[in-house]
Design a protein around this ligand. Structure first.
Ligand code: BGC
Length: 737
């Protein structure tokens, strides 16, 4: 975290401390809510927002539009505004009018910084795992749990909601996003955020937009066409926003087609506010604001975490007429509207001890339903009573499971299970212990995997070897390659050479390469499985839980198959490029700008592999189970598909059925796209007829000339099945002019 923050464009300790001192308003005790007319619950959030904005002075309005410091840029806790809970951001309310404080917490995979005051919060499996469940009910529970734990701890706004698509497989933040497909990611994030907001917490979707890599994230100018954006990354946001009505959207660090995302008129005003009809407020990522009038007029509503542009300078700009009073009122209206809409005024947080038992139970269930079975040769899994000795090898599996890093990392319950790992955090959920608990008398031995020969010897002496491998990733850093670090590939190869009954369990934030895939007998992708990850992995290994998850990202055979075989990274700093990021800042960063051309356009993930006829290692939507399914009886019309799925095996399971469409030739997109999916629970031998609506939006293309969506006339091909590359059913329908 320290390292991460030190590379962030940050603020000076001096600047922030000065700001904190000026916060007289924040030091006042909150007054009892004023009984203004805006407290009338019969009015709409917009009407209530209008009334309260009218009652505010100019200074009060400005005070709601910027943050007030941040512990991690060096504000010592005693200098933080008294009421600030000390997480990532704080905007004091207005006691005289009953405006609540905005207490913001990073909470993508659980509420962060619980160690600050010895609080409890549940470290959930990462959101890429949530997406791997393809399960809207699970996503609802995920968001609900985080919403509850935020509220229990006194927070009023989440900074979670990671939504950028996995365009760059090496992106260090892929674990806190939801995969490569806009329909899957948008659906899961939307359901999650809606449930979170139901706990009277202001929601957030981030990082808007095209923040698809961490390297040079504040200085990279993404070059990409409008149609490509609208049909990929922006479509994901659009879907999530429509279903969640998220109160906020966080604009990102990077530039898009020449303008910073937080002062990008096209992204903020034209697309987000006008085309998507977004009624909430745009909050800047931390220190991603670069101007006052330009940003405010382009659609930024709130600067975080500081006041550099939206404090006194905004007041000046309003007085000088550079930002109109109408625009200022609209900025405040948006913040107030979001707070009214989630019920923050009517239901202030009531703090209590979070329900730890519920948290742990949800964490384990989400992990079980997010682990993807990638290979199972000869029915190696589940492990049965014929196994008398098991070698557990590597990846600190004796003590825990790894977590992603940065602002998407939840403090481990009880501290880091591997204290010597420094910044990489391991949750105290030991796969070894959980395996022993389920091993029914089999001998289970552990080897740390630091010496491949010794590990191989243990593997050889055992009936099966389970090799745990990891690829830790973090905000602020991309990985250089998709290969496992620390010679773990050599470890797997050595063990499998000694015992072909080798099972590999991967803990990673996204795709990795697997040079040993042909040799090992089984592979599980467990992502970063959270505080009950060890237990969930063991349940899958022993068949207590039947795997039901599928990949939300393509796994490439090698980097050579990626749209950009080598990631475009920030060039080395030249003389004069190393600067403090803002006046008086003590953090010096390389400010050298660079471009990335996303010339693959809308060919993100599987669309790239399909269009370029490349064979992936594992395709999008792929995942095995301990049972099998068959598909039949497809009926297709322009608005609907119906088909039958049968569990043809001997175990109860849940199948994710995927529906893809290929548009008429005239659309110019000769590759399929996901247009619907569902998860169906089936007993052995049971079959169900599934009927799914086809949303015309998901069948449309974005017409840049008309600046609108268009359903192209002609013949559509629909394919249905259990993986993007295994689609046994196919049908057609026409849309006439
Ligand atoms: C991250 C955001 C996060 C914010 C506050 C930034 O560095 O990009 O995702 O919400 O910090 O911690």
């Amino acid at each position: 975290m320290t390292r991460l923050r030190s590379i962030l464009p940050g603020l000076s300790r001096l600047t922030v401390a000065g700001m904190a001192l000026s916060l007289a308003v924040a030091l006042a005790q909150p007054a009892p809510p004023a009984a203004g007319p805006w407290m009338n619950k019969a009015l709409t959030p917009d009407e209530r927002a209008d009334l309260i904005v009218k009652a505010m002075t100019l200074d009060e309005k400005i005070s709601l539009l910027h943050g007030n410091g941040w512990k991690e840029v060096g504000v010592p806790p005693e200098r933080l505004p008294l009421r600030a809970l000390g997480n990532a951001g704080f905007i004091p309310g207005i006691p005289r009018l009953g405006v609540p404080d905005l207490q913001m917490a990073d909470a993508t995979v659980g509420v962060t910084h619980s160690s600050l005051f010895g609080r409890y919060s549940t470290p959930l499996p990462s959101t890429i795992g949530e997406a791997a469940s393809w399960d809207v009910n699970l996503a609802r529970e995920y968001g609900d749990l985080i919403g509850r734990e935020l509220r229990d701890q006194g927070y009023t706004m989440t900074l979670g909601g990671g939504m950028d698509l996995t365009r760059e497989a090496r992106n260090g933040r892929n674990f806190e996003y939801r995969g490569e497909d806009p329909v899957l990611a948008g659906t899961i994030a939307g359901v999650d955020m809606k449930a979170l907001q139901a706990q009277h917490i202001v929601g957030d979707l981030k990082h808007y937009a095209m923040n698809d890599q961490e390297s040079g994230r504040s200085f990279v100018n993404v070059k990409v066409g409008k149609r490509a954006m609208r049909e990929s990354d922006l479509l994901g946001f659009e879907i999530a926003l429509k279903s969640s009505n998220s109160g906020a959207v966080m604009c990102s660090y990077n530039l898009v087609n020449g303008d910073y995302a937080c002062e990008n008129n096209y992204l903020l005003n034209e697309v987000l506010k006008k085309d998507f009809g977004f009624q909430g407020f745009v909050v800047s990522d931390w220190s991603a604001t670069h101007s006052t009038a330009k940003a405010a007029n382009a659609g930024l509503d709130v600067q975080m975490p500081e006041a550099i542009y939206f404090g006194a300078p905004l007041k000046k700009a309003v007085e000088a007429g550079e930002v109109s009073m109408a625009r200022l009122d609209n900025m405040v209206h948006r913040v107030m509207r979001s707070e009214f809409a989630v019920g923050l005024f009517d239901n202030p947080p009531d703090r209590r001890v979070p329900d730890v038992f519920h948290g742990l139970e949800v964490a384990e269930r989400v992990a079980e339903q997010s682990i993807v079975l990638l290979k199972n040769a000869g029915g190696q899994l589940p492990l049965g009573s014929n196994i008398h000795s098991i070698a557990v090898i590597g990846s600190h599996a004796d003590v825990g499971v790894v977590s992603g890093g940065g602002s998407g990392r939840v403090d481990p319950i009880g501290g880091n299970a591997v204290p010597e790992a420094g910044e990489t955090v391991w949750h105290r959920s030991s796969p070894l212990k959980a395996i022993r608990a389920l091993a029914q008398g089999a001998k289970v031995a552990y080897d740390p995997g630091t010496d491949a020969n010794r590990a191989a010897a243990l593997g050889k002496a055992s009936d099966v070897a389970i090799v745990f491998v990891n690829q830790p990733t973090s905000e602020g850093d991309d990985v250089l390659t998709l290969s496992l670090p620390d010679k773990q590939d050599a470890l797997v190869s050595a063990v499998v050479a000694a015992n072909p009954h080798t099972i590999v369990v991967i803990e990673s934030g996204g795709a990795i390469t697997m040079p040993w895939i042909g040799q090992v007998s089984a592979v599980l992708e467990a992502w970063y499985p959270g505080t009950r990850g060890g237990e969930a992995i063991a349940s899958i290994l022993f068949g207590r839980a039947n795997p039901t998850a599928k990949l939300p990202v393509t796994f490439a055979k090698s980097e050579a198959d990626l749209p950009h075989p080598v990631e475009t990274r920030q060039p080395e700093a030249h003389e004069g490029d190393m600067q403090p990021i803002s006046e008086g800042a003590e953090w010096i960063v390389n400010t050298r700008r660079f471009d990335i051309e996303y010339d693959e356009g809308l060919l993100v993930g599987y669309k790239w592999y399909d269009a370029k006829q490349k064979l992936p290692l594992f395709p999008f939507g792929y995942g095995l189970s301990y049972t099998t399914y068959s598909y039949s009886g497809l009926k297709v019309s322009a608005g609907q598909v119906a088909f039958e799925v049968k569990n043809t095996g001997k175990r109860a399971g849940a199948e994710i059925a995927e529906v893809y469409a290929t548009l008429p030739q005239a659309a110019g997109e000769p590759f399929k796209r996901l247009v619907a999916f569902t998860k169906i629970a089936l007993e052995p031998g049971e079959s169900k007829v599934v009927s799914l609506e086809l949303d015309p939006h998901y069948l449309s293309i974005f017409n840049e000339d008309k600046n609108g969506w268009e359903l192209v006339a002609g013949e559509y091909t629909v394919q249905v099945g259990g993986s993007s590359r295994d689609l046994p059913l196919s049908g057609k329908f026409r849309i006439e002019k």
